[in-house]
Design a protein around this ligand. Sequence first.
Ligand code: ADP
Ligand code: G6P
Length: 471
Amino acid sequence: MRQSSLVVVANRLPLDDSAARDGACEWRRSPGGLSGALHAILQQTPATWVGWDGETGLARVTDIGSVRLRPVTLSAAEQAGYYEGFANSTLWPLYHDAVQQPVFQREWWETYRSVNQRFAEAAAEVAGKHAAVWVQDYHLQLVPRMLRELRPDLLIGFFMHVPFPPPELFMQLPRRIELLRGMLGADLVGFQREQAAHNLAQLAQKLLGADATDDAITIDGRTVRTGAFPVSIDVAEMRTLATRPDVVAQVKQLHHDLGESKRVLVSVDRLDYTKGIEHRLTAYRELLRDGHVKVRDTVLVQVAVPSRERVESYRDLRDRIEGEVGRINGEYGRVGEPAIHYLNQPFSRSELAALYQTADVMVVTPLRDGMNLVAKEFVAAREDGAGALVLSEFAGAADELSGAFLVNPHDVDDLKQTLMRALEASPEDLAARMTAMRRHLAEHDILAWARAYLTELDHTGRLARRFIGRA
Ligand code: ADP
Ligand code: G6P
């Protein structure tokens, strides 16, 4: 296999099954922030992407543009222990404030460890001499150290897309020392928010006795740099989509289908318990009950794309959400006029761009979220400068999108009041808020993120110039 000077290692290859099945192998990304973010920067980059070929395995894996794909295949037992088990039933809930009880099953650990070893070996095989290897997310937290042992010549980056919890929570983890040491095998550990780097420093001091500040941790005679690099989106792609004639026509059609005079609230999430969908539905039901909104003049569109359906808590969540949507529609809907349109299906990028533009209020209210790219996509799509964003304080995006109506989604009364404030805001207020957010995004797009991270990784800007250009 050809070796590359940049290797990305992520749990998933950025393809979804249906795209690969028909053999077309266009770059169709799977839903989820990580894949979307990296998709934007790698299209023109001579790199190799090491990743799992998905639940059902891809029919065919070829290179996409200049990116070479190196699939890692997992057995059913490995999927259960590594992906559904340790990654998504232990680490994911714990890292998201334990909003769902984390499950610790001892036998998952060995599978998580051995799958991480396999990813490290695959990366070692495709990385050229002194290459940069950029490891992504909580699935692969042991890979940086394993890779350093295999290939001390490499420059190793690690980026955590999800929150990194405070010591009180992290300390609950069985195998916490191995997990910490694993990520500290990197030269640079990047997070979405400053607080996460602070949490890591505290943990490194407490558990490893390391010398640690919020910028650097010294361990085994090496210095690991740390810092915040808030991830972003392909702003140019979303702006282009938003103005495409077929998308403009779709927006018109959506307004027509939803009711021309109706105020439209939109939410777009993976169907995940961190996204606060149930709290949002409760708030909406109470607004209907109290008569603050009426199906005659207002409608909610909730897109919830299926996710991790082999994990029991996700299946349970889906049942609860579908039950609640049914109850709300049963109680408040009228013939031809549901209170909520619920869509449990994947959307294309252009369909999403149209939906974002149809929203009077975009409701993004996760209980905890590393960043939340949906909020940024909504802002980028609003070429018209209109629309309100209701955004959870617990999403990383809240640090940047100062024009949003910030809300504590755990507080249903706050949710209700904030939704009403957004629905009733003046067009001038909304335009000023949107302008500020769009200005910020224009300068902080996905290329800026990758450039900032890679520049910090090699200190010279050489990597960033080579792979991202215009460094
Ligand atoms: P997470 O990474 O937890 O999934 P983000 O909001 O950061 O949350 O990213 C979600 C990504 O998935 C966004 O790029 C969004 O456009 C995409 N997405 C969300 N819902 C759908 C859907 N129904 N179909 C296709 N893509 C979706
Ligand atoms: C989040 C995680 C990603 C993950 C995505 C989709 O964005 O940070 O690593 O890929 O969710 O989840 P999935 O389990 O389908 O890959």
